[in-house]
Design a protein around this ligand. Sequence first.
Ligand SMILES: NC(=O)c1ccc[n+]([C@@H]2O[C@H](COP(=O)([O-])OP(=O)(O)OC[C@H]3O[C@@H](n4cnc5c(N)ncnc54)[C@H](O)[C@@H]3O)[C@@H](O)[C@H]2O)c1
Length: 344
Amino acid sequence: MSDPHRILLTGHKGYIGSVMAPILVNAGHDVVGYDTGYFSDCTLVPDGTTLPELQKDIRDVAPADLKGFDTVIHLAALSNDPIGNIDEGWTTDINHDATVRLAELAREAGVGRFLFSSSCIMYGMSDGGVVDETSPLDPQTEYARSKVKSEAELTTMASDSFSPVYIRNGTIYGVSPRMRFDTVLNNLVGAAYTSGTVKVLSDGKPWRPVLHVEDVCRSFMNIMDAPRQDIHNQAFNNGADHLNHQVIELAQMAVDAVPGATLEVLNEPSADQRTYKASFAKFARTFPDFEWKWTARTGAQDLSDTFEKVGLTAEQYSGKHFTRLKWLNHLLDENKLDRNLRWT
Ligand SMILES: NC(=O)c1ccc[n+]([C@@H]2O[C@H](COP(=O)([O-])OP(=O)(O)OC[C@H]3O[C@@H](n4cnc5c(N)ncnc54)[C@H](O)[C@@H]3O)[C@@H](O)[C@H]2O)c1
């Protein structure tokens, strides 16, 4: 086991965070969570880990919140494009401005490593080429721009004692206490399970890199433990080349995971045909011993088995609890959140 770290884990009550928290704790690390808890009531499977935590908005982060940590893992964010499209200001404030302030305070407090959860979405998806960490960035949405701008500012903060790392994830799937059905493979297996049919709107040819949430968490931990010279101020496409799949392959795996389910390829002219493949050569070169334990196929089967165990209903699948935008709209409609996404 690596030396224990004292970690501030932001976003610990979200999709990735609620899987990462127990993995870090079980590895012997001392973890404090920091989350405003937008999705605390959106739990599909029990969340067994209780962390010491700050229930607080990341926009209000203060110097005292960073005292005594050697590592920050920063997941807290509005986590997809559609939310950024309702009000760009929210995504700018939370994903960019608060990230920069958190990093500044972390650096002042003597935090050595700052792992930023970024996204391959920043490459854009225009021409279907293979993108690596040196490829031009072409962010198409406020969400993607927030990641690009944050990385750019964090880079200027890197110093002998402060090592930011930019972990550019593909689309993540797999079972989490705070499940999401608005990511591709979770969505496809959920459709297969609850309706018996998977409909692919496009021709199915677009490529996506997909990663299992547990592998993502182990990969973050691996980067946290790596020698400083390997990760200091570096961007990594997080994943492996064999984890790039065409949507049609993912849809077939979803169907195969659910007995009796069928596949329909609609090939609608208006469907999203954006496509990109990510190169994970830098990750493989830097961390030759890291093992990606899950494949999309084993992950799809595990999703289906879990849906069977919890008795997932069509209402749960398409309702508000497990689609980030729908749930935030619900909290706004109920006046639980105000127009600045703050609790009333
Ligand atoms: N899930 C994916 O496929 C994916 C892919 C690439 C990158 N990422 C990035 O990884 C991170 C985590 O993603 P996720 O899927 O777990 O998202 P999520 O929406 O499930 O979790 C985000 C968490 O951040 C918290 N949060 C949001 N705004 C906050 C604020 N103002 N103050 C305090 N807490 C706040 C939420 O309450 C939530 O618990 C995000 O930065 C996301 O952009 C995710």
